[in-house]
Design a protein around this ligand. Structure first.
Ligand SMILES: [Zn+2]
Length: 388
């Protein structure tokens, strides 16, 4: 392809993506307002809108009267123009969901697998479920597939190393591309959570969004102006292993005093079990219930853990200078208490605190967030692959 044609295609694609982005963030909008938000000329917007209409990605949703002159037509995304399948692997379980372009879930499926199941076995079971869901929709309505895995994922979509699953060097993306065709996206679970927050959750207007999953470990994902920050090997934002207490407790990675060795679900369980002098490990349910009931052992264990979370989040705020940090994973159940504590700590302790405001939010996307996020990567390719 000659360079001038390639450049023209790229410009057209960027214009169409810009229109889609402002509609997702601010829609419904008139063409005039789209031009204001994107900074594109009205004629460029008209061309982009025409092409998106031809692809069935936009729809008219009414009119608005702005003073004299003709009423303006309001445009928005057509949520049922296509369907995406997302899946997520956890330790010993997986889920698959079918959803539309606004993340309404039409079908969901959950299953468990043996802890020592081979990657081939787990992937083939997921593939069978994905094919079954795909058969429910028409071929032209299927937009693609995304899978989230608690693993370092290479930029080619391979599992490099998944410590909790004990998987290493698994070419996951190739496997699904062979079965389903493109597009297929394979993401680290925290990265997928970050993408989900950007497309569907708290961070839709965020320029630099950090998402943290607070679970048995702590992972991070970062979205900058709509793009996932992957790092050079795919292992960016491994914030769980930043040291926040030199000579602190031993971490699974071999160092001492890592963020996740002080602020994960595992450490909360250890603290609460010790504080209560219990004979068996307490469950997170028991701890959250005890905390809600104001029981001293639970309050002290939660407080100590939340203090470490706040310290870690403040470091992250200073390193990345985000406008929003979303907290997800099992500890998001601590809800407003966690949100307020971390918000006030960050607001007091970030550098240049007088000049910036960083919003701390608890995720609102629920248990399928990372499935939605992995699948949402498909939306970035939508303007390329749709017929127009
Ligand atoms: Zn560590």
């Amino acid at each position: 392809m000659p360079i001038s044609v390639a450049r023209h295609d790229l410009m057209r694609r960027m214009n169409e993506m810009a229109v889609l982005t402002v509609l997702r963030q601010h829609g419904p909008l008139s063409r005039r307002r789209i031009a204001q938000y994107t900074g594109l000329t009205k004629s460029t917007v008209t061309v982009a809108v025409q092409r998106l209409f031809a692809k069935n990605i936009l729809m008219e949703v009414g009119t608005i009267n702005n003073g004299p002159g003709r009423p303006e037509v309001l445009l928005n995304l057509n949520p049922t123009a296509g369907y995406i399948i997302g899946a997520g692997i956890d330790v010993a379980s997986y889920h698959v969901v079918l959803f539309d372009l606004e993340a309404h879930i039409l079908q969901q499926y959950l299953a468990s697998f043996e802890a020592n199941a081979s990657p081939r076995e787990v992937l083939s079971r997921i593939a069978a479920d994905v094919k079954r869901m795909k058969s429910l929709i028409e071929e032209r309505e299927y937009w693609g597939f995304g899978l989230s895995i608690p693993s370092v994922i290479s930029t080619e979509g391979d599992v490099i190393y998944a410590p909790n699953l004990k998987w290493a060097d698994v070419p996951v993306k190739d496997y699904f591309v062979n079965l389903l065709g493109e597009p297929v996206f394979v993401l680290n679970d925290a990265d997928a959570g970050a993408v989900a927050e950007y497309f569907f959750g708290e961070g839709q207007k965020s320029e630099l969004l950090v998402y943290l999953t607070l679970g048995m470990g702590i992972g991070g994902g970062i979205v900058v102006n709509g793009d996932l920050l992957r790092g050079t090997t795919g292992a960016s934002a491994e914030v769980g292993h930043m040291v926040i207490a030199a000579n602190g407790p031993l971490c699974s990675c071999g160092r001492r005093g890592c963020f996740e060795a002080l602020a994960s679900v595992r450490t909360l369980i250890e603290r609460a079990t010790r504080a209560r002098d219990a004979w068996e490990w307490l469950s997170l349910d028991e701890i959250v219930n005890g905390f809600s009931a104001g029981e001293a052992w639970a309050v002290s264990a939660v407080n100590e853990t939340v203090q470490y979370i706040a310290e870690g989040v403040t470091n992250i705020a200073n390193i990345y200078d985000p406008d929003m940090i979303v907290l997800g994973g099992p500890l998001a159940r601590l809800g407003p208490y966690l949100e307020h504590y971390v918000q006030s700590h960050v607001s007091r302790h970030i550098i240049a605190a007088n000049h910036r405001r960083i919003a701390i939010k608890i995720t609102s996307l629920g248990q399928f967030a990372s499935d939605l996020g992995a699948g949402a990567m498909v939306l970035n390719t939508a303007v390329d692959t749709r017929d127009g």
